[in-house]
Design a protein around this ligand. Structure first.
Ligand SMILES: Nc1ncnc2c1ncn2[C@@H]1O[C@H](COP(=O)(O)OP(=O)(O)OP(=O)(O)O)[C@@H](O)[C@H]1O
Ligand SMILES: [Mg+2]
Length: 1019
């Protein structure tokens, strides 16, 4: 048994400060509340000791978990005291604090009982409990070593300390009680023993065994509401714990489906053991788990978990990079974890999209770890987590008739009076165990059934009692029967969430009455710390409690919850913005909800672009729904639409069509030219990415004219890039030259001017002007490229990646630049930055750039690596269905490597297809088509059959005669080279030498470094 001893700290002080009458009032109140607590946790008779109480757990009735219950009671007493103390402080100006001590020991039967001496008869163990109380800190609970030993696996204890106690010479060991679980959020609860589900359980057991052996897996448990998914999860958790496997779980909630990161953060917080810690302690804990990780990565992880240091500002990296780095960090931690683990994700049908996709990434390493991931969901969910490779699925069917009957008779018991009712219940429940339970509870509360579980007697005439028609009706009837205060508590809780503490109720203006709800099992307590937490026993209960409220009441509660979330943690308002928006939207407060959605989107732009997209989409929907006479409506409709156009290419949204037309109309009506300019630029970019090059060029001209007409230099500098890019793709080098010149003039040396979309428009403009100069055969190209690179490097790392990509990607295959050692260093550098900080898109481009550079190098090892990289890039482009000219170009250079290894036939076939593709796209005279033709011609001439020579000649002619808007130097130089090679193939030595020399001269005059080297290599 365990003895609990509780006493008021320095009660003499209190006695002096308040009058006798009041003192008695306070003490009585405290003692009564404490006695009620002891009773709630199954303690025995309470004895008053003057200033405190003493109670016994485990006697006179033997309770196996007496020490645990005493701990629960001790914390609950402290909690009651805290609550009372608030009032005492206010009224009397004194501090009320309580100490509690616990000690466990043996009792000999018969020693305790009704004897006049009562507990005093036990003597020693009680005395020791009192000593523990005396050394407890005010407001604390101290456990003797004997109690600590009994509960150390079920509660949270501070490190052991040595304490001096009265009457003992040597100091003794004691431990302070910090709290109780929730170690896993799934505490034991009284429920019917499991019926059926043998096959399902043994399937999961098999997977668990495999996981323990190091071969992890993912299992989905699917079934309709109340069918027993959570129950199966609890059984699995218990099974795992019996095998000493850690269990971590997280659940999704119906009202948080649009709150990004919520579930993933929750699961990671429990898995990393930071739940319930303050932010600083949490950060320290995280660092013990990821010792070797890059500190910046760990800081990103803190931010994800919502425990970031307020001093810390996010590194300036793209959200994609953040995702890659977090995935690498979490996966490394999973792989490093040796201990077998079960992760449970409940109710995935309510998971937010971001958590879902992050978890999908994290789950990829599970097969290599000793862990089992169990995901429960209702059949409507068909998202990413059900589609993981190797996921097993366990579908829960309704219980069979005989299983249902077994469950019913287990609950009702054997009394003849319940037989008929039992049949009705079983029939109505149709194999849904939750419905069975709820019907029994409902009948009990209605008084039709009397007695207790397993031993009910029916008071109704046979056939007279009715059972509820549906599960929802059963729950609704039970809720209806609650006393108004309890009902109000339940309603408010339903608005707060599935899991709730008591703190929010005050702000909601609701006095929480939890005891009734616990008693009728509508909610369960899951955390017994001093800030207790509760959960709805079942999501359906929450749904019914939510739905059955008056809409206006509910709206008011939502509004207050929103305000409370904001005021409780003002520093985290941005992080909570999506949740606040959700509550305000439910409250019908549309303007405010709009504002919070926009804030949520802004917060998300650096974290997850899809999250930002979702928030803007919701803001857009709200704005659209505003009444037509709302003066802000048009502006509110424009803002999120403009942002969506701006990020469209990153999240695969279509700009052309409705999205653009609608926005143009709105902007025109409102006279908002800047937003329209942004949308037009997005449209230009989209058409180029989708390989509609001519259309893109046309749109680019329109967009540039429009942007110029606005006359805002910053806007012009910021937006020109899209149009210039389109012109570069269509080979209109003069436009590229002119417009990049304009940016250079307007930016006036400021690399940051207009940097709202790209890192440094000025640096990029230099790079583009340089490439255009090369293309047109004008001087100064090389200096421009160098200057652009230097500017970008001094501006910011991502801008450097972007500029380097243009410079080397545009320069090396064209023959303008040579991939010498210093270029290779710059390229590798850019790739490294892209890996740490870039969008997936720019990382892919950086890899592609390196691939092209490497296949232009001399050593076999480098070319092999280049081939490998290009093969990966090609695979990715194919997967994404990319339509631009990147893929054909990659294929041409991959084919060239193939030819080099001797497989000319296959290589030439591949090259032909790729070049034809470029010709069809109208890309023959623009960069890609020129070098692709060059590579094809050279490969044909190398193989050198008569047919090949003729084909090469035709290809050269096709390139030479293709109409072009302007003189293109890059075509001329490639043509000279190919004509030289063709002449040699024909055996015309003199012609060969003539072309070769002209080629060499042109390369030198124009400063085409790549061609200079190639020309020199021609004998
Ligand atoms: N096989 C079973 N034997 C006995 N009781 C069961 C069985 N299956 C489920 N129950 C009980 O039925 C109730 C509802 O089950 P559970 O909470 O697991 O449903 P669920 O499938 O998770 O529903 P939801 O989709 O709404 O979350 C629980 O109280 C559970 O203990
Ligand atoms: Mg469930």
């Amino acid at each position: 048994m365990t003895v609990l001893f509780a006493d008021v700290v320095r009660s003499m002080g209190i006695a002096a400060a308040v009058d006798v009458e009041r003192l008695r009032e306070i003490m009585t109140e405290l003692l009564e509340r404490s006695a009620a607590v002891v009773q709630r946790y199954g303690g025995g008779r309470v004895e008053y000791t003057g200033d405190g109480i003493m109670a016994l757990f485990g006697a006179p009735v033997a309770l196996e978990d007496h020490a645990f219950r005493a701990c629960l009671a001790a914390l609950a007493i402290q909690e009651e005291a805290d609550r009372l103390a608030v009032e005492v402080q206010r009224r009397d100006g004194v501090q009320l604090r309580v100490r509690v001590g616990l000690n466990s020991g043996r009792v000999i039967a018969g020693e305790i009982g009704s004897g006049a001496l009562g507990y005093a008869a036990i003597g020693e163990p009680v005395g020791f409990a009192q000593r523990m109380e005396a050394v407890a800190p005010p407001g604390g609970v101290m456990l003797s070593a004997s109690t600590a030993r009994l509960v150390e696996h079920t509660v949270l204890l501070a490190e052991p300390e040595w304490v001096h106690i009265k009457g003992a010479g040597e100091p003794v060991h004691a431990r302070r009680l910090v709290g109780i679980g929730p170690r896993d959020g799934l505490l034991r609860r009284a429920e019917a023993s499991l019926v059926g589900r043998r096959w399902e359980l043994s399937t999961v057991e098999g997977l668990l065994d495999r996981a323990i052996d190091g071969c992890g897996g993912v299992v989905g448990v699917v079934g309709s509401p109340g069918i027993g998914k959570s129950r199966l999860a609890r059984e699995v958790a218990a099974m795992a714990r019996r095998r000493n496997v850690d269990v971590f779980s997280a659940f999704c909630e119906s009202h948080a489906t649009d709150v990004p990161f919520r579930v993933v953060a929750r699961l990671l917080r429990t898995a990393f053991g930071v739940e319930g810690l303050d932010a600083e302690a949490a950060r320290a804990q995280v660092r013990t788990r990821v010792r070797d990780a890059d500190p910046e990565d760990v800081a990103l992880f803190d931010d994800l978990l919502g425990i970031a240091d307020p001093e810390f500002s996010l590194p300036k990296i793209a959200p994609d990079a953040r995702r890659r780095r977090l995935t690498a960090l979490v996966n490394a931690a999973s792989l490093a974890r040796q201990a077998a683990t079960v992760y449970i994700i409940e109710d995935a049908h309510w998971i937010d999209e971001i958590s879902e996709s992050m978890l999908a990434d994290f789950l990829t390493v599970i097969p290599q770890t000793p862990s089992l991931v169990l995901i429960t969901y209702r059949p409507e969910y068909q998202g990413a987590l059900t589609q993981m490779a190797d996921t097993q699925t366990v579908a829960l069917a309704p219980l069979s008739d005989s299983e249902t009957a077994a469950l019913v008779s287990q609950l009702l018991g054997p009394h003849p009076s319940v037989g008929e009712l039992g049949h009705q219940i079983a029939e109505r429940a149709a194999g849904n165990p939750f419905f069975v339970e709820e019907m029994v509870r409902e009948l009990t509360e209605r008084g039709v059934l009397q007695g207790h579980t397993g031993a009910y007697v029916s008071t109704a005439e046979v056939g007279a009692a009715t059972v509820p028609a549906t599960l929802q009706a059963a729950i609704a009837a039970r809720i209806d029967r609650l006393d108004p205060k309890a009902k109000r508590t339940l309603s408010a809780a339903a608005v707060i969430g599935s899991r709730f503490g008591l703190d929010l109720f005050t702000v909601l203006g609701v006095e929480p009455v939890i005891a009734d709800l616990l008693a009728v099992q509508l909610v369960d307590q899951v955390s017994f710390t001093r800030q207790p937490e509760f959960v709805f026993r079942h999501p359906l209960i929450r749904a019914v409690a939510y739905e059955s409220q008056l809409k206006s009441d509910r709206a008011e509660l939502h509004r207050r919850v929103a305000a409370a979330i904001e005021s409780r943690e003002p520093a985290r308002a941005e992080e909570n913005a999506a949740l606040i928006a959700e509550h305000l939207e439910a409250a019908g407060d549309l303007h405010a909800a709009y504002g919070w959605h926009m804030r949520a989107a802004a917060w998300a732009t650096n974290r997850d672009i899809t999250a930002a997209r979702l928030s803007w989409e919701r803001a857009q929907r709200i704005a659209d729904a505003l009444p037509a006479d709302d003066p802000n409506r048009t502006a509110m409709r424009i803002a999120p639409r403009t942002m969506l156009c701006g990020i469209a290419y990153r999240v695969h949204l279509q700009v052309a069509g409705n999205r653009f037309d609608e926005l143009r109309e709105l902007c025109t009506a409102a006279g908002d030219k800047s937003s329209l300019a942004i949308a037009m630029s997005a449209l230009v970019l989209e058409s180029v990415y989708q390989a509609r090059v001519r259309e893109g060029s046309q749109l680019a001209s329109e967009a540039m004219a429009f942007i110029e007409s606005i006359g805002d230099p910053t806007l012009t500098v910021g937006l020109s890039f899209m149009a210039i890019y389109a012109k570069a793709q269509s080979g209109e080098a003069s436009d590229v030259l002119r417009w990049s010149q304009r940016v250079i003039d307007l930016a006036d040396g400021d690399p940051a001017k207009g940097n709202f979309i790209i890192g440094s428009p000025l640096a990029l403009a230099f790079a583009l002007r340089g490439l255009a100069r090369y293309g047109l055969g004008r001087p100064g190209g090389r200096d421009d490229l160098r200057h652009g690179l230097a500017l970008a490097r001094s501006t910011n790392p991502l801008s450097y990646v972007q500029v380097a990509t243009y410079v080397y990607f545009g320069g090396i295959p064209a023959g303008a630049l040579r991939p010498d050692d210093s270029a290779m260093r710059e390229i590798e550098d850019a790739l490294e930055i892209a890996e740490r900080a870039g969008h997936d898109f720019s990382l892919a481009q950086a890899r592609e750039m390196l691939g092209f550079a490497l296949v232009h190098r001399d050593t076999v090892a480098e070319r092999d690596r280049g081939e490998q990289l290009l093969a990966e890039v090609g695979e990715m482009l194919r997967r994404q269905g990319q339509q631009g000219n990147d893929l054909p170009l990659v294929e041409v250079y991959l084919a060239r490597e193939r030819a080099r290894r001797g497989d000319c036939d296959e290589a030439i076939a591949l090259m032909r297809t790729a070049v034809d593709h470029l010709v069809r796209q109208g890309q023959l005279v623009c960069g890609a088509g020129i070098y692709a033709t060059g590579v094809l011609v050279e490969t044909l001439l190398d193989r050198g059959t008569d047919g090949d020579v003729a084909e090469a000649e035709a290809a050269i002619e096709r390139l030479a005669t293709a109409p072009a808007e302007e003189v293109v130097a890059v075509r001329d130089i490639w043509l000279l080279r190919q004509r030289a090679l063709l002449a040699r193939a024909h055996g015309e030595e003199a012609r060969y030498r003539e072309y070769r020399d002209r080629y060499r001269d042109m390369a030198r005059t124009l400063g085409y470094e790549g061609h200079i080297a190639w020309a020199e290599a021609m004998a």
